[in-house]
Design a protein around this ligand. Sequence first.
Ligand code: APR
Length: 234
Amino acid sequence: MAENIVILTGAGISAESGLGTFRDKDGAWAKFDWRKLASPEGYGEDPIAVHDFYNARRRGLLKAEPHGAHQALAQWEAAHEGEFLLVTQNIDDLHLRAGSKNLIPMHGELFKARCSACHHVYDWREDLSIESTCPRCQIRSGPRPHVVWFGEMPLEMERIYRALESCTLFVAIGTSGTVYPAAGFVQDAKAAGAHTVELCLEPGEISVLFDEAIYGPASEVVPHFVETYLKSRA
Ligand code: APR
């Protein structure tokens, strides 16, 4: 019987595409205060600083490309006969560009904006500012990054938990396992009886919970893991 697979990715899978992580020594939260730049309170206090932070990340993403790990996951999904869900904590579009289809960006998307007034979500690749107006309700200063900030509810949680309840294989890739609810998904998968695998550069806070772990850069470890998995089921 084909496995029901749930994959969870974090910033580590996009590090080799040139996009920074959060908690590595040179990560975003080592340089910036997430309370000021990734929380509704911070946005209320200083929206200009928040727009500057996400404008810089949006411009950086325009220059980034998916690498072998993103592509391997898309190939795995295409070759897999059972259920396959990719949940990413990342707000970059690298999984999308690599061809992943059944994809949930649970922390939102950098190339989308959302109106704080009418909640309209729309594609947006330019800078945002307090002068930006919503294309639907025309309110000025309504648009904000369509990104889930600390204290806000991640997206599509019911769909994610439904997939975890029936998954037989859970693979966490490039995440430090420090931010909930994503950090708790491995326990939900284990409760469902799934085999759990961590693919990361180094062990993190929840590594002890995984049945199996392979450490190294995602661009090497992920394609090799996918190739080995597909060969074992050929
Ligand atoms: N290959 C694989 N893993 C890597 C690589 C790499 N080349 N480089 C770094 N890593 C690993 C790090 O060892 C670390 O375990 O990726 C992980 C990155 O951890 P974080 O920076 O904490 O990123 P993430 O786990 O995605 O953070 C979760 O926190 O700030 C919020 O919303 C933000 O989605 C983010 C969430």
